[in-house]
Write a protein that binds this ligand. Sequence first.
Ligand SMILES: [Zn+2]
Length: 336
Amino acid sequence: MLYGPRDVRFEERPSPTITEPTDAIIRTSAACVCGSDLWPYRGIEPIDGPTPMGHEYCGIVEEVGSAVENIEPGQFVVGSFWASDNTCPICRAGYQCRCVDARPMGAEGAQAPLLRVPLADGTLVATPEIPSDDLVPSLLAASDVLGTGWFGADAAAAGPGKTVAVVGDGAVGLCAVLAAKQLGAERIIAMSGHEPRQKLALEFGATEIVTERGDEGVAKIKELTDGLGAHSVVEAVGTQESMMQAIRSTRPGGHVGFVGVTWDVQLPGMELFFAVVHLHGGPAPVRRYLPELIDLIWNRKIDPGKVFDLELPLEQVAEGYRAMDERRAIKTLLRP
Ligand SMILES: [Zn+2]
């Protein structure tokens, strides 16, 4: 529970119960702290009293409501950070994050041993069997950071023959590097000034590292691309500087996939007009990608769980937040 700025507490709460017939209750195998959890943690996003936290989850189904047809107790499941019906026209077009009945999982509080998942049939995807323990971090990553990085790369039209630049070296940016590699990008430029993150970016498939940021970072991307800019740029931070860095690093006709939460970002109209770039982004429709991502993880083709460089028991959740806030950890995994 978050009580106020930098005040996270581990405490007993009532167990969730089935409140709608489309719900499931899952026992979480692992949960984690998201970069976006740091916005309320730092007091930038106001909260209204003590607030349950966490929206990334995977685990074993304990119980399902009477209207749930495809998910059953005993299955290991992964879900998106938005619950969705997966049947409305928006979902069918692949934008489950904006389902007409979308429910934010953060409201349920996934940093807990038990979690209610609304719209279970449309939200959860079951693995073929109960996974071995070493696959759990990667399956958990699919719930948000991998799915979000994947959407960023997909929205940036990463693919064969493309030069992809990734702005942001948090877990999402690193997963966007991994996604660009899987999507067949020719060159992948990771923008990071932080040595351990550069190392993971290279492991995930980056071919070049740019340490400069802001205008100097843009100049470096231009220098590496015959003065043109990258075909595809993923924005995975969400600040004014990083958004402009992404747009200015993209060549005319190129694509920007923006997945960092754009707090107070203002786009200058005339610069945007003459940039002639595609802009696509927002909260990732993770549910669209989950079956494919689970398959890649299950067959050990990708290992996004490497973004977790700190693992703690759930009762030490406060230290998990502190480590990420102070950039001592890329991402904290919590074991209930
Ligand atoms: Zn829907």
